[in-house]
Design a protein. Structure first.
Length: 437
């Protein structure tokens, strides 16, 4: 039932294969060390409304899910040194920071500087002021470097018992928290101290996330354990499969939940956090199309999956809609099908909203089969130009399927190459409208 990316299969799929091949070739030539490596995810951050999130790898690759937008990434020369990611408050940009203190700004995020001169230690944390006018870097020893309008509100805690591993801004941008690998939390400026992990704790803390109003925070260990302080409520720890460490945590906009991310790209939502997908098995594909919003199949100046329902035509009982010419063509196809088989062509899926595509993708990703669903915003279902059908067509080799292969083209409906038997993702039920002109 799940559409792949391209509407004109022969040309576009072949083109994509060539592009992919040349990209692989290029990366083999220029970055041999990275060609086969899956870079660990080091950070997660959610959109302002919690309708999506970004995952960043230590290579600086940025992956977007749900409503999160791609603004760039994979900075040259930052090989495997990226340690932090933070979006702007309005989601229109973000920063990546490296262990040498380089700060890379994308989209609307402002570059206020970085790379403290003469510094030879390890930068281990980054936080931006919510208004984006400044940011901080912290070293593993808690030394603070402030840029733009960000102030230095205190640094280098005397009692530091383990390296600083994370940092978060106070909501008003006039303070920050530092957290150590032992779970000590140090609060400066307007940031309030709400507690630390117990002295007896022997695990490794990897990150801290504050509630949006700063009245509490969570810290997470590499094994996914959560410690909650102040108003922050405990919603459970990361459910990991495998042994890779948890590397990051971020709050939902309400403060009633959080996401944790695992180095192997698993995302664990808890409380009111929602799942929007993750990389897992198709990382190379996602990297190739990190924010592909799809122009193939686009019409009317609309965005995939966000077409006003008033501009679509109903095709059956229920809420099935298509672009109106596709709906008309489907009626004609159905009439011919009925004449042959004395049965109405059963339609199981048509237009799929962006949110619907996110849900579909999420379901498959949870089974570690992301590739079964199009990346949200790329499905031709999102243009109202694809249908999934039953009535026997949904199996290869049936008389109904063969009839469709012979006749659907007259009505403007084709079976994309990728969906055909022997294609890259065989789906006998998925057909697309190419127009009758
Ligand atoms: Zn489909």
């Amino acid at each position: 039932m799940w559409a792949q990316v391209h509407r004109t299969p022969l040309i576009a799929r072949a083109g994509a294969a060539v592009l992919l091949l040349s990209a692989v070739t290029l990366s083999l030539l220029s970055k041999p060390a990275h060609a086969e490596i899956r870079h660990p995810t080091i950070a997660i951050a959610a959109t302002a409304e919690g309708t999506g999130y970004w995952l960043a790898t230590n290579h600086g690759d940025v992956h977007t899910y749900g409503a999160a937008q791609y603004h760039g990434g994979s900075p040259d020369g930052a090989d495997d040194s990226i340690i932090a990611f933070a979006p702007t408050a309005d989601d229109t940009g973000y920063w990546l920071a490296s262990s040498t203190g380089q700060v890379y700004a994308y989209g609307s995020a402002s570059d206020h500087g970085g790379a403290p001169e003469g510094y030879v230690g390890t930068i281990s944390g980054f936080a931006a002021k919510p208004d984006g006018t400044g940011y901080w870097l912290t070293s593993a020893t808690g030394q603070i470097y402030a840029y733009g309008s960000a102030g230095n509100h205190g640094q280098t805690p005397e009692s530091l018992d383990a390296p600083v591993v994370g940092m978060a801004s106070a909501p008003d941008g006039n303070g920050y928290w530092l957290v150590s690998a032992a779970g000590q939390v140090h609060a400066y400026g307007s940031a309030k101290h709400h507690g630390d992990s117990p002295d007896s704790y022997r695990g490794t803390i990897v990150d801290l996330a504050a509630t949006p109003d700063g009245s509490g925070y969570w810290i997470t260990s590499s094994s996914g354990q959560i410690f909650s302080y102040g108003s922050a409520r405990h919603h459970g720890g990361a459910a990991r499969s495998g042994s890779d460490p948890v590397t990051g945590i971020t709050s939902t906009p309400t403060g009633e939940g959080y996401w944790q991310v695992v180095a192997d790209h698993q995302v664990s939502p808890n409380g009111d956090a929602r799942f929007f997908g993750t990389l897992l098995l198709d990382e190379a594909y996602d990297r190739k199309y990190p924010s592909f919003t799809g122009t193939v199949g686009a019409w009317g100046g609309h965005t995939n999956g966000r077409i006003p329902s008033s501009l679509l035509c109903r095709v059956e009982r229920g809420d099935h809609r298509l672009r109106c010419d596709a709906a008309t063509a489907l009626l004609a196809l159905d009439a011919a099908f009925r004449e042959e088989f004395n049965e109405t062509l059963r339609v199981t899926d048509t237009y799929r909203s962006y949110d619907g595509q996110v849900r579909t993708r999420g379901r498959w990703c949870q089974q570690r089969m992301c590739y079964k669903a199009a990346i949200p915003g790329t499905s031709n279902h999102g243009w109202g130009l694809a249908i999934d059908i039953g009535s026997g067509v949904n199996s290869f080799g049936t008389p109904q399927h063969e009839w469709m292969r012979q006749n659907a083209g007259q009505f403007g409906w084709i079976h994309p190459l990728w969906a055909q038997q022997g294609g890259s993702n065989p789906e006998p039920w998925h057909w697309e409208f190419t127009g009758t002109g």
